[in-house]
Design a protein around this ligand. Structure first.
Ligand code: AHR
Length: 493
């Protein structure tokens, strides 16, 4: 019989809440429409930011929000986005649809949004087309409390006190859209730019360098060797696409079992990448001072028919939910090194939590996974061993089940389990060693249909419900996990 063994006595470190981070870029309808509707909008808003989206995101405890990109970050000039809106410069968003950006959402609006969401801002600076001085002055503008040109300008723009800013990215994808650099060159640029990212007063920056694209192990090696002692985090970007090549993206809604299997197989590569990148980091940083920050991940499908190809708007099904649940299990299990991530992206772009259409809003299946998994935030990872069968398709196989488990401050044990097989339930013995639960509660996200999703007409077609497939057994529990399901269990002593 399949089994999962959990050893609550074997604690493996804290699962940082920042693993549950989000990414928001000036791309398509993420910032404009997704968050920003303007003060005059009929859509209920606070100072121009829509209330429904903020409220929904607060419910999943988002810990950080990355901005302004992505590729947009390396062509963004922050000074164009402060001061009276009517005087702000327009620019062309060359990466994303060639649309005109009016800069109405800038530094003040972003930091106000983070205050409303009660999350940490994570700002990504411009290395590709910006200057050292521009980056340095952005930090001075945001965080300096004394008399200086930038602090004075901030006050003139209506903000007396500085903000707190912890997470700062020194460029984005500088191996690609951020300047097409070689790692040797970027490592030197990183060293130079980060020198002028100053800590003012008691504000202490957590500096994040641009890390590799997927399995580029040379990039990470060079960065750790040449600049590892000057950073707090190193990023990794890996997106899950359906095809074997980047160009072979599939449809978000129309896929068969091959499309299902391929997506699961490709998302499980995250385990391999995190393991191998961590092993290289261990060579240069055995004490694990530098965090691996997976600040772009998630599914990348073809855009929805009829939408702007540069806007990356895609629907989101049970299949995406399993991708999210699987990745979050991987990150939790690697919490010693993976201490921060950001799924791409939070609203209306790629694997979003939320989709909007005018004044309407829906929560995607991925949102519900983040809701179910939020119990792991700041809890202690405990050792688990999965001994389950494989899911086979077309002569290939992948593990059917993946798991992570943690114990929170009140000693409640939470277990999150994904069954990737769209045809077969899993009967599992959950062995809890010496943890004797007196109460068990569970929630499940599942459906009989692989592409089940929520629409504006039927926004609650797929939502979590109580999990009933759990019975007592000797030294633990017996679980019956339906095919293609995500389960969250809460066990109290
Ligand atoms: O998330 C969309 C884009 O994907 C980001 O702008 C870029 O960093 C990545 O290539």
């Amino acid at each position: 019989m399949n089994s999962i063994k959990i050893y609550t006595g074997q604690r493996k470190g804290v699962i940082s809440k920042h693993i549950y981070g989000q990414f928001s870029e000036h791309l398509g309808r993420c910032i404009y429409e997704g968050f920003w509707v303007g003060e005059d909008s009929p859509i209920p808003n606070t100072n121009g930011i829509r209330n429904d989206v903020v409220e929904a995101l607060k419910n999943i405890n988002i810990p950080n929000l990355r901005w302004p990109g992505g590729c947009f970050a390396d062509e963004y000039h922050w000074k164009d986005g402060v001061g009276p809106k009517s005087k702000r410069k327009y620019m062309i968003n060359t990466h994303w649809g060639g649309v005109v950006e009016n800069n109405h959402f800038g530094t003040h609006e972003f930091l106000m949004l983070c205050d409303m969401l009660e999350c940490e801002p994570y700002i990504c600076g411009n290395v590709g087309s910006g200057t050292v001085q521009e980056m340095s002055e952005w930090i001075e503008y945001i965080t300096f409390d004394g008399q200086s040109p930038m602090a004075k300008w901030r006050r003139e723009n209506g903000r007396e006190k500085p903000w707190k800013l912890k997470f700062f990215g020194v460029g984005n994808e500088n191996w690609g859209c951020g300047g097409n650099m070689r790692p040797e060159y970027y490592a030197d640029e990183y060293r130079r730019y980060q020198t002028y990212c100053r800590n003012y007063g008691d504000n202490k920056l957590f500096k994040i360098a641009c890390g590799p694209n997927s399995g580029d192990y040379h990039w990470i090696e060079v960065m750790m060797k040449e600049a590892g002692n000057m950073m707090d985090g190193l990023s990794l970007h890996y997106y899950t696409v359906e095809g074997d090549r980047w160009e072979e993206k599939g449809s978000a809604l129309e896929f068969d079992e091959k499309g299902w299997f391929q997506l699961m197989k490709h998302t499980l590569l995250m385990e391999e990448m995190v393991t191998k990148h961590s092993a290289i980091m261990d060579v240069y940083d055995p004490q694990k001072k530098v965090a691996l920050v997976v600040d772009e991940w998630g599914t990348w499908h073809r855009v929805e028919p009829g939408t702007n190809p540069g806007f990356l708007y895609q629907q989101n099904t049970l299949r995406d939910a399993l991708v999210a649940g699987t990745n979050l299990n991987i990150f939790n299990n690697h919490c010693d090194r993976v201490r921060m991530t950001a799924i791409a992206q939070v609203v209306n772009v790629l694997q979003a939590m939320i989709l909007t259409e005018g004044g309407k809003m829906l929560l995607t299946p991925t949102y519900h996974v983040f809701d179910m998994y939020k119990v792991h935030q700041e809890a202690e990872l405990v050792h688990s061993i999965v001994n389950c069968g494989d899911y086979e398709f077309g002569g290939e196989k992948i593990p059917q089940i993946n798991v992570s488990a943690s114990v929170d401050a009140s000693e409640k044990l939470h277990v999150t389990i994904c069954n990737l097989n769209p045809n077969k339930a899993a009967h599992i013995r959950l062995d809890l060693a010496d943890f004797k639960p007196s109460a068990v509660r569970g929630r499940i996200l599942t459906s009989d249909t692989m592409n089940k999703h929520n629409t504006f007409e039927n926004p609650n077609a797929l939502t979590p419900v109580d999990f009933k497939g759990c019975t007592a057994a000797q030294s633990g529990l017996k679980l019956e996990l339906p095919k293609m399901s995500i389960v969250q269990l809460e066990l109290s002593k």
